[in-house]
Ligand binder design. Structure first.
Ligand code: A3P
Length: 293
């Protein structure tokens, strides 16, 4: 298959986007959510795949064991807004899901989420990751993924990330606006990548209490061990190993899975300049990120 070209970015209602996430816009906006749908919302590279897999195991790990070995995770948990020529759209995959609840992922900023999710009061799990590691992970993802604009050199990409000139726009706005939404929309669980790294068992317990699930001790233990970085990296149904747009030789999708890899990328000067700019953009004292665990 000939790969579609790398997309360019453009301003889309005030957010930098590429056509692979806007071409199907009407159908996305009129998507019919259901009350029992679960939307996994993140800024790119926050641990979407990790949390998608945790949720898939919590809901279907016991009842549909074949699902884990026969269906790639990106079909079990469709990416709502994706629309790449010659591949099924995320919206169509979501419509075709026959299991309940439907697990659906999105990177949309909160103002772009289809209205029906709010009307139906669907549950939403938002995952956030600190800005520095998000930027590093997004840079490497852009290098390996032809569905992303060329990220250029690290220093250029970092500047673009700070300016919100990356696909899905500003990290700062994304995490803040979803955080504000949590204050008025009670069916939203906001979690952090760093907390999952620190204690995935504790975070899974909190997720279960939000979702009203009570897995057995054995089931929970098997999920905790099944979702570690090393185990997931070896699982071909999860790691996008067959995704045509991705070149894992350039950088694997399951790359490092750490908090603090930013220290291997930021120069001292970049770090100072980033911290200064961060203070200006992150004024809400209740939203705090950790860059070390
Ligand atoms: P790195 O590039 O820093 O390694 P997303 O799924 O939102 O695209 O996020 C991908 C990032 O989450 C990658 O980060 C990936 O390695 C990391 N990740 C995925 N599964 C993980 C796990 N089980 N434990 C830790 N990190 C994980």
């Amino acid at each position: 298959m000939e790969l579609p070209p790398r997309p360019t970015m453009f301003d889309f209602h005030g957010v930098s986007m590429s056509k692979y996430f806007t071409d199907n816009w009407e159908n996305i906006q009129t998507f019919r959510a259901r009350p029992d749908d679960i939307l996994i919302a993140t800024y790119p590279k926050a641990g979407t795949t990790w949390v998608s897999y945790i949720l898939d195991l919590l809901y279907f790990g016991q009842t549909c064991p074949n699902r884990q070995t026969s269906i790639p995770l990106n079909e079990r948990v469709p990416f709502l807004e994706i629309s790449i020529p010659s591949l099924p759209t995320g919206k169509d995959l979501a419509d075709q899901l026959i299991t309940t609840p439907r697990l659906i992922k999105t990177h949309l900023p909160v103002q772009f989420v289809p209205k029906s999710f709010w009307d139906q009061k669907s549950r939403i799990v938002y995952v956030a990751r600190n800005a520095k590691d998000s930027a590093v992970s997004y840079f490497h993802f852009g290098r390996m993924n032809n569905a992303q604009p060329d990220p250029g050199q690290w220093s250029t990409f970092l500047q673009n990330f700070m300016d919100g000139k990356v696909v899905f726009g500003s990290w700062y706005k994304h995490v803040n606006e979803w955080w504000e939404k949590k204050q008025t929309y009670s069916n939203l669980h906001y979690m952090f990548y760093e907390d999952l790294i620190e204690d995935s068992g504790r975070e899974i317990d909190q997720l279960c209490s939000f979702l009203g699930l009570s897995p057995s001790v054995e089931e929970k233990e098997s999920i905790v061990t099944g979702v570690t970085f090393d185990v997931m990296k070896e699982n071909k149904m999860i790691s996008f190993s067959t995704a045509q747009m991705m070149n894992h030789r350039v950088s694997p999708f399951m790359r490092k899975g750490k908090v603090g890899d930013w220290k291997n990328h930021f120069t001292v000067a970049q770090n100072e300049w980033f911290d200064e700019d961060y203070k200006q953009k992150m004024k809400n004292p209740t939203l705090k990120f950790r860059t070390n665990v």
